[in-house]
Design a protein around this ligand. Structure first.
Ligand SMILES: Cc1ncc(COP(=O)(O)O)c(C=O)c1O
Length: 456
């Protein structure tokens, strides 16, 4: 704490100047989280920023909006058997997710600050339910486990650690980067509290085959007498699939799907924040009711998919990359280098920063760690012209890295000739002598940090 104060204008300037050094959120293609909203939303934010919406007495209108007219937060945890929050917005979402409730019934669910919190709540509920059933049967209840794919978001690992549940991960393999339902069901045992499937994998945007999972698990439950349920982590796909693939069965239409978390802050709808202020209620209300509605959401998602297609085709046309993401899923493009012998996706990611783009590079989880990819998430505010710009900058980066490599090789050969005996340096070792720390250190760090390396 400084002893002396400075004028508030100067304090503002100092902080604002420092913040300018941050990346540009709109060019942050690593993030699923909304980085642009309508100007009217920004105005609503400013007018409600000083309201703490859990203070229902002080802010009854905000509370009213929350409980009757909008989705109340970012992550929504919706479940079947518990009834603890009568929220009309949860009701709207439940209908969107095909919960088997009549028009006059009330859905149950709760708003959370994000999908991580929603997942903690869902996981805890499954754990308690499993424990209570085991206790009632007089069976041991001290070794709960949960089955997921190795592609899950890091919050599932946190859930397992915080709440002492063994995480049983279905390993991936090259060319298959989502949970294999057959292997998942094989891993289920009497201590499994639930199988967690992802709608919109963080690695490739793909939807897991939840219908097949439901079918196989139903068979297993019938054979064993267990009642292992399914949770769907639809943080990124929950507001994509209902609009783009309404016939895809992944939600409450499947009997074993007992809970779903969805996130209105991902891809479209609303900014992310960690505390509960009034603005999130009013902006979400705006997003869901006044503006987007079903038709609006569908057209936004179609637009995102078109831009994703343009990016994908542009990248493919360079001839240097292999597509890792498919055509069905959340709008993202994941791709790997065809030839990584001279430079890697980490170099491409690093070089793109020069143009302002934040494009994460990461290695796949077990057992596909040898596959390294770049990922671009296409959000509502990513326009066709930005797509062209990105592809053109990727071309420049690749040309630059190619050029850098040839220059390095020429210098090395000249040096080798100068030496008595004329030892010819090995290409890889030449490069390591020019830039060993930055590239290897950076890459190793990313591998070590595994799922927290920018893919969240
Ligand atoms: C599939 C999935 N699950 C969970 C999460 C965690 O969500 P949050 O950051 O809102 O806690 C994310 C975040 O990107 C995600 O993509």
């Amino acid at each position: 704490m400084p002893e002396q104060s400075i004028p508030k204008e100067a304090a503002y300037q100092i902080i604002n100047d420092e913040l300018m050094l941050d990346g540009n959120p709109r060019l942050n293609l690593a993030s699923f989280v909304t980085t642009w909203m309508e100007p009217e939303c920004d105005r609503l934010i400013m007018s409600a920023i000083n309201k703490n919406y859990v203070d229902m007495d002080g802010y009854p209108v905000t509370t009213e909006l929350q409980t009757h007219d909008c989705i109340c937060s970012f992550g929504i945890f919706i479940c079947r058997p518990w009834n603890f929050l009568q929220n009309r917005c949860v009701n709207m979402i439940s209908h969107l997710l095909n919960a088997p409730i009549g028009e006059d019934d009330i859905a149950v669910g709760v708003g959370t600050v994000g999908s991580s919190e929603a997942i903690m709540l869902a996981g805890l509920a499954f754990k308690r339910k499993w424990q209570n059933e085991r206790k009632a049967e007089g069976k041991p209840h001290d070794k709960p486990n949960i089955v997921t794919g190795a592609n899950v978001q890091v919050c599932w690992e946190k859930f397992a650690k915080y709440f002492e549940v063994e995480l049983k991960e279905v390993k991936l393999r090259e060319g298959f980067y989502v949970m294999d339902p057959v292997k998942a069901v094989e891993m289920v045992d009497e201590n499994t509290i639930c199988v967690a499937a992802i709608l919109g994998s963080i690695l490739t945007g793909e939807f897991e085959d939840i219908k097949l999972l439901n079918h196989l698990l139903t068979e297993k439950n019938r054979e064993t007498g267990w009642s292992t349920p399914i949770h769907v982590d639809a943080a990124s796909g929950g507001f994509v699939a209902p609009f783009l693939y309404p016939d895809l069965e992944w939600d409450f239409r499947l009997p074993l799907v007992k809970s779903i978390n969805v996130s209105s802050s991902q891809i479209i709808a609303q900014y992310y924040q960690f505390i509960r202020l009034g603005f999130e209620v009013s902006t979400c209300s705006f997003a869901f009711l006044s503006h987007y509605v079903m038709k609006g959401y569908r057209s936004i998602m179609e637009n995102c998919m078109e831009n994703a297609k343009a990016v994908k085709e542009g990248i493919q046309a360079t001839g240097r990359f292999e597509m890792v993401s498919g055509d069905v899923g959340v709008p993202l493009v994941a791709f790997s280098l065809r030839d990584s012998s001279r430079y890697t996706v980490f170099d491409v990611s690093q070089s793109l920063r020069r143009f302002g783009w934040i494009v994460p590079a990461y290695t796949m989880p077990a057992d596909a760690e040898h596959v390294a990819v770049l990922r671009v998430v296409i959000r509502e505010d990513f326009s066709g012209s930005l797509a062209e710009r990105l592809v053109s900058d990727i071309r420049k980066v690749v040309a630059d890295l190619d050029g850098r490599w040839s220059r390095t090789a020429i210098v090395a050969e000249v040096k080798a000739e100068e030496k008595p005996g004329g030892v010819v340096a090995h290409r890889k070792s030449v490069r390591e002598t020019t830039q060993p720390q930055e590239i290897d250190g950076d890459r190793r760090g990313r591998v070590d940090r595994k799922k927290t390396n920018g893919v969240c």
